[in-house]
Write a protein that binds this ligand. Structure first.
Ligand code: HPA
Ligand code: ZN
Length: 319
């Protein structure tokens, strides 16, 4: 029995496995510039975040209809459930779809077809988090939030993702204020490739409740002390860090030191189709490479529920 856990850092578009990509390409008459699934897998060698993002956005071309988003989410939920995920807070990137002429309603309602029945079908409760692309303009983020207004009953929070360096959190101050005024929860990627200052800014300017990644926080002792004191959860993604070369090898990952420092760490999969593993695979990988004890692994799983947006009674049932 895999350890029951919540997944708090998962991009639904990053769960697009090669098999499904080709099946959806055929269904929608979209041609992919790869001969077959193996040729596509060959492209999964990334030098950094941007080289991954290029492929991630390219493959989204196959996602066109509500049914496509439903199939994508159901495939993820089935895999996650098999690895012990009982609750998933799922990011989606509407701007990447709107830019291709796929409407907000198609994305949200399609995802909801799977998420709305996920408890019954997969034993996994869910939340949906709308991410703004930080390499797009602040105006575009604002328009995206406006486009999401008819669907706010389906959306729990907002996040910030895509190319980090050169796109500091402060760029999105106004749209985060607007999101907060709408009652949305707030998270942001920070300190993945960007400096620790971006983590500070995400907290102080955007008012986020969790930091996605936050890996580079370890470079700033005062920041670490603050994150510990304020019990700010970090949603770490170890296999992602290796594949995107933010750490050299898994054995070099600072997770054990971060736990020793008292940081509220969680372990997540980020873009599992691209980075070689789902939530349980990430747990297995850190256990093996870093020699984490069973107690430490249970702490990580416990942190994942505590750091989630589940309400108390619901949280207990999910565990
Ligand atoms: N970082 C930033 N943006 C992303 C990622 C990531 O790991 N995955 C999908 N969008
Ligand atoms: Zn991410």
């Amino acid at each position: 029995m895999p350890l029951p856990k919540a997944e708090l850092h998962l991009h639904i578009e990053g769960t697009l496995e090669p098999e499904l990509a080709f099946a959806l390409a055929a269904r929608n008459g979209v041609s992919l510039p790869y001969a077959d699934e193996d040729a596509l897998r060959e492209a999964y060698r990334f030098a950094d975040l941007q080289s991954f993002l290029n492929l991630y956005y390219e493959l989204m071309a196959v996602l066109r209809t509500e049914r496509d988003f439903e199939d994508l989410a159901n495939a993820y939920l089935a895999r996650a459930a098999a690895q012990g995920v009982r609750h998933a807070e799922i990011f989606f990137d509407p701007q990447a779809h709107l830019a291709r002429g796929v409407e907000m309603g198609t994305v949200v309602e399609g995802l909801w077809r799977a998420l709305g029945s996920s408890r019954e079908n997969h034993g996994v409760s869910t939340r949906l988090i709308l991410c703004f692309l930080r390499d797009e303009s602040a105006e575009s983020a604002r328009e995206t939030l406006d486009a999401a207004k008819p669907y706010l009953d389906r959306i729990t929070g907002v996040g910030l993702d895509s190319a980090e360096v050169g796109h500091p959190p402060v760029k999105f101050r106004e749209v985060y204020e607007a999101a907060a005024a709408l009652g949305l929860r707030r998270v942001a990627h920070a300190g993945e490739e960007g400096p620790p200052e971006y983590v500070v800014e995400a907290l102080d300017v955007l008012g986020v409740e969790r930091i996605d990644h936050g890996l580079r926080s370890v470079e700033d002792p005062a920041l670490v002390e603050r994150l510990v004191r304020e019990r700010v959860p970090l949603t770490l993604c170890p296999l992602s860090n290796v594949r995107l070369r933010t750490v050299d090898t898994l054995a070099d990952h600072p997770l054990p030191a971060m736990l020793d420092a008292g940081l509220v760490c969680t372990v997540n999969s980020d873009d599992p189709a691209y980075f070689g593993g789902y939530a349980g695979d990430n747990f297995d990988a850190v256990r093996q490479a870093l020699g984490l004890t069973e107690e430490r692994l249970r702490d990580l799983a416990r942190n994942s529920f505590l750091a989630s947006f589940l309400e108390d009674d619901e949280e207990l049932r999910a565990r």
